[in-house]
Design a protein around this ligand. Sequence first.
Ligand code: BEZ
Length: 384
Amino acid sequence: MLKPVLAALALAAAATAHAQNRPPIKVGFMLPATGTFAALGDMIEKGFKQYVDEQGGTLAGRQIQYFKVDDESDPSKATDNVNKLIKRDQVDVIVGTVHSGVALAMARAARESGTLLIVPNAGADAITGPLCAPNIIRSSFSNWQPGYAAGVMAAQKGYKRAVSIYWNYAAGQESGKGFAEAFSKGGGQVVKELTLPFPNVEFQALLTEIAAIKPDVVFAFFAGAGAAKFVKDYDAAGLKRTIPLVGSGFLTDGVLEAQGASAQGMMTALHYADGIDTPRNNAFRTKFAVTHKLNPDVYAVQGYDAAQILATGLAATQGDITKRDAFVAAVRKMTVDSPRGKYTLSAAHNPVQDFYVREVKGRENVMTGTAVKVLPDPARGCRM
Ligand code: BEZ
C-alpha cells in the first residue's frame, strides 16, 4: 500500500523539480507608461498580474519573468520599441498595446519574427484582418465592434442625424465607421465627421461646429485623459443639455472620477460594465479593489484575459511555449471565462462577445441592457 503512494510522491516531486529547473516564461509588456494612455497601460498590467497571482505566480508550472517597454503611444517609435523586447530581451510572448497605430507596427514585427503577440487593447481592425496570423491573438475587441454596438444603441434610441467626432487615427476612424454602419442600418445618418490629430485635446472649434449643426446625437471616440477632457469640455460648452453625447464605452471607462458631474447619465456601448453581477466579475472586482485600493475597468479586464489566454496555451503544451501549433489549437478552442462574461475567439483570434448598453450613474458605468449579443468582428481581409 505504501509503495504506490511513495512512488506517486516521488513522481510529483520530480515534476515539481523539473518545473523549477525550467527557465521562466519571459513576458514582455509593451504598454504606455507615459502620455494620454498611461493609466490604461497600468490597468492592463495590473489585470494581467492579478490572473498570474491567482494561479500562484506560475503558469503550467513555469515562473513568469516580466520585461517592460514604455511605448509612449507613439507609432513612430513602435518598431524600435518592439524590437527591444524581441531582439534584446528575447521574450517568449509580447503583451501589448493600447494604441492602434503602435499595435499595427507590433503586429508586423510579430509576423516577421514569429514571436507570440497577445493584444490586450488596441482595436486596429487590420490586426485580426489583413495582418491576422496564428501567433497574434487579441483579448479585447476590434475597433469596428464597439463602434457598431454604439450605432445600434443610438438608432434604437430613435436618433436620426448624428455627428461623429474622434481622433484621426485607426481607432477613431474605424470606430466611426462601425458606428455609421449600424446607425444607417437602423435608419439614421451621420451628417458630419469631425476629427483632430491624436493626442490633441483642443476641442473648442469643433464643439462650436457641433452647436451650429444641431444634430440629434453626437458619437465620440476618445479614451484616457483625452476622454476625460472631452466630456468636461462638451458639458462646459453647454452642449450636454441640448445634444446627447454617446460613444464607445472608452469615453467614460476609467475616467469617471475626473469627469464628475459632466458624465452623469451618458450612455455608451462596450463589452464590459461595472455592475455585471456574476460571481466571476464580483470576485475579480473584489480582489482587484483589495489589492490596489482602486476599481478595475475594461482595460484591467482585457489584461486579465490576456493572461488567461496565455495560461490556456501553456497548459495545453505542458509549459512549452515553442509548441506553437498545440498552443494555438488550445486557444482557438477555449471559452474565456472573463469578468465581462464568457466568450470565444474567432478564426481570426478576436473575441466574439456581447456588447452592453451602459449608463453613467455616480462613479459607475452601469449595465442597463445589451446592444448586440455575441457580436463577431467581420475580420475583413484575414487569410489564415
Ligand atoms: C486604440 O488605439 O485602439 C484604442 C485606444 C484606447 C482605447 C480604445 C482603443
